[in-house]
Design a protein around this ligand. Structure first.
Ligand code: ATP
Ligand code: LTN
Length: 327
């Protein structure tokens, strides 16, 4: 069975982009592959947090993921900091990637612009930790949204370099990006991807938003003035975003959907209805899970124990390949 791994940061509330671009596909893939999903809390502290914040967000995100369909009995769901091998392997990765390569990462450029007052060294070496996440599990496929392609590419480059220096050690992974909704755009700024950290409350459809709020945000989406419903991401980003969302929510092709609409108003109404219907059962499940944090912790521990088995073997293999003196 294909080994699949993906990660998500416990930062901010989940939004429709996370769900359609990533999590929904994870829930499908867990049944067809040998899949691991990780709440990457170590990545979250690359930007400053208040004491306790990261733990709370980790618990909540784990419950959100379970509500979205990740079943700890089917896949391995765990927290990154619970498996120490991630930090150990990250060092080996840091020594296998160059300053120049890290300097070219667009996520680093974006995030360092957003957090100018303190740019941590961890934010810069972030891709090395991500490479460790992926390579520790002999991952073949990494299901992610479009924005993460570059991180998977650098992981491949690191693995290739390590293998050529020290001998075959790591499996080379590839990114798997969904056809529909790989890049859900902000409702108010359709030229920017919907993002937890873009401060755009009206443009970000939260997975836990009330149905009324969801409908309002979608109905106030920024479009354009030419009045023609056409799927054209470059010329008509707002309308194309609505078509992509409606297409992803109803399993239809956005271009085919465009032919069925004459007016933006009806497109917005149908998109809002489809998103509300998609999220309702998810919201209900989340409320149930939220009430029992002890059970979530128990399930996460099982996940971490399982993940550690593979991770520790891989780190031992990598250290042996480099030839550290045995302890
Ligand atoms: P942040 O703003 O803190 O970077 P984010 O909203 O980009 O957060 P991540 O935790 O970085 O979310 O991403 C989790 C997953 O969701 C990744 O696989 C990412 O590719 C996907 N994703 C994030 N935003 C979108 C989007 N707008 N459209 C489609 N997929 C997305
Ligand atoms: N960088 C990713 C989160 C992430 C990840 C991973 C994704 C960390 N480690 C391993 C896939 C595989 C993000 O910002 N979405």
């Amino acid at each position: 069975m294909t080994r699949v791994f993906s990660g998500i940061q416990p930062t901010g509330e989940l939004h429709l982009g996370n769900y359609l671009g990533a999590i929904r596909n994870w829930a499908k893939m867990q049944h067809e592959t040998d899949a691991l999903f990780c709440v990457v809390d170590l990545h979250a502290v690359t930007v400053p947090k208040t004491p306790g914040e990261v733990g709370e967000s980790t618990l909540r995100l784990s419950q959100l993921l379970m509500a979205a369909g990740l079943d700890p009995e089917v896949c391995t769901l765990f927290v990154q900091s619970h498996v120490r091998e991630h930090t150990e392997c990250a060092w080996l990765m840091e020594c296998s990637v160059s300053f120049g390569e890290l300097s070219r990462m667009t996520q680093f450029k974006d995030k360092s612009d957003q957090h100018k007052s303190f740019i941590s060294a961890g934010l810069f070496t972030y891709p090395a930790l991500q490479a460790a996440d992926i390579l520790l599990y002999d991952t073949e496929e990494v299901p992610v949204g479009d924005d993460q392609r570059q991180h998977v590419e650098i992981t491949r480059d690191i693995a290739e370099r390590f293998n050529s220096r020290y001998g075959e050690t790591f499996v080379l992974p590839k990114a798997v990006v969904p056809k529909a909704a790989a890049r859900v755009m902000d409702m108010q700024h359709p030229d920017k991807k919907m993002s937890k950290s873009l401060d755009s409350p009206k443009g970000t459809v939260g997975l836990l938003d009330e149905p009324k709020q969801i409908a309002k945000k979608i109905k106030s989406a920024v479009t354009d003035n030419d009045g023609e419903v056409r799927f054209d991401v470059a010329e008509k980003p707002g309308v194309s975003n609505l078509l992509s969302i409606l297409g992803a929510a109803t399993d239809r092709d956005p271009e085919a959907l465009a032919d069925e609409y004459e007016q933006y108003g009806q497109l917005k109404v149908d998109t809002a209805d489809a998103v509300v219907a998609l999220l309702e059962p998810f919201q209900e499940r989340f409320r149930e899970l939220e009430a029992d944090p002890g059970e979530t912790a128990r399930l996460l521990k099982i996940g971490a124990d399982k993940a550690r088995e593979t991770a520790s073997t891989t780190v031992a293999r990598a250290k042996a390949a480099i030839g550290f003196l045995a302890d």
